[in-house]
Design a protein around this ligand. Structure first.
Ligand SMILES: Nc1ncnc2c1ncn2[C@@H]1O[C@H](COP(=O)(O)OP(=O)(O)OP(=O)(O)O)[C@@H](O)[C@H]1O
Length: 317
């Protein structure tokens, strides 16, 4: 079955028996074939969302479609691979033996076990005991298990969590390779730099709610600070010209440059006026938040302070 969205939820809500609303009215569309990042702080609701997507728990309300079907039917689940809350393997068995057990349970042929071990870069260490593996190797074995069924959708909860920088780099390469072709990969993380490098699109969630969705570049662009960074000579003349611009709210000299509070879409107009005033403009660009700063602002506990940023993001939802 061909579907435009590998995952499509409408007003999905999960309230745990204790009263915690872990996922709150979440409408999310994950395009088929993309590597999609699910970003949020600890407790944001990522794991709860993923557990619903693989049919482990049921929502309190709302609807969800996974690969065009229900995640509670075996035919859908057969096409979904998942690694949620860490892999569980027998420590005294080798990676190969562990995977053979999983494959037998899942009705997957032995050939495929060797294929996925090669795919995740563990072929050479397949005979070593699981307990001798580094954390990165353990995680990659978990990914291998999730790949056994050659799933159309792969769901990975924090696949880089706890890894050292080289483990993170290896996992990033692996995730990129896995995401090639038609397969959809949904991965969660609270580390922005990784999501930014791997994912086509990112959804930011906070307290169970979707606060932004878009490509990493769109999220960054939408979070422009409303400032321009300008290097111009002579500076006093530039300051006088800028202060005379009706849309400029403030001009702050800073280490040989100027930070100018103005709608960044007016950059062209600001540049023209400076040049017309006889000022030499050496550099003029919008000041951007890094995605890290953007993420922290979006998910700060003091939501009310950030209503302005929420509305800025309307365009990329
Ligand atoms: N079984 C449960 N019963 C009650 N509350 C739960 C249960 N599981 C999770 N929660 C609560 O739901 C909220 C969301 O948790 P969840 O694990 O989905 O978030 P997360 O974004 O995956 O965070 P983490 O990265 O820490 O796993 C938290 O407040 C958590 O305490």
């Amino acid at each position: 079955m061909s579907v435009d969205f590998a995952i499509h939820t409408e007003h999905l809500t999960k309230r745990y028996p204790g009263g915690v609303v872990a996922v709150d009215d979440l409408t999310l569309r994950v395009p088929a074939g993309e590597v999609f990042g699910f970003l949020g702080r600890n407790g944001a609701g990522k794991t709860t969302m993923m557990r619903m997507l693989v049919g482990l728990i049921r929502p309190t309300s709302g609807s969800l479609r996974v690969l065009g079907g229900s995640p509670y039917t075996p035919s859908t689940l057969a096409r979904v691979g998942a690694l949620i809350e860490g892999p569980t393997f027998y420590p005294h068995l080798s990676g190969l033996e562990n995977l053979l057990l999983v494959a037998r349970y899942a009705g997957v042929a032995t050939d495929r076990v060797h294929q996925v071990l090669a795919e995740v870069g563990l072929a050479a260490r397949a005979g070593s005991r699981f307990r001798s593996y580094s954390l990165g190797m353990k995680q990659r074995l978990g990914v291998a298990a999730a790949l056994l069924k050659d799933p159309d959708l792969l769901i990975l909860d924090e696949p880089t969590n706890g890894l050292d920088p080289s483990g993170v780099a290896d996992m990033r390469e692996l995730l990129r390779a896995i995401g090639q072709g038609g397969r959809t990969v949904l991965l969660s993380s609270h580390v922005l730099a990784e999501v930014e490098q791997i994912c086509d699109q990112v959804a930011v969630i906070d307290a169970g709610r979707l606060v932004a969705q878009g490509s990493p570049a769109e999220l960054r662009a939408a979070l422009g600070t409303g400032e321009l960074f300008i290097v111009a000579e002579p500076q006093e003349q530039a300051v006088a010209c800028l202060r005379g611009h009706p849309a400029v709210e403030a001009v702050t000299p800073q280490e040989g440059a100027l930070r100018v509070t103005v709608d960044p879409t007016l950059a062209g107009d600001v540049n023209r006026r400076l040049v017309e005033a006889g000022v030499e403009v050496r550099e003029l660009r919008p000041v951007r938040h890094s995605l890290e700063e953007a993420f922290l602002e979006l998910t700060t506990p003091h939501r009310a302070d950030h209503a302005a940023h929420d509305s800025t993001l309307e365009g990329v939802r």
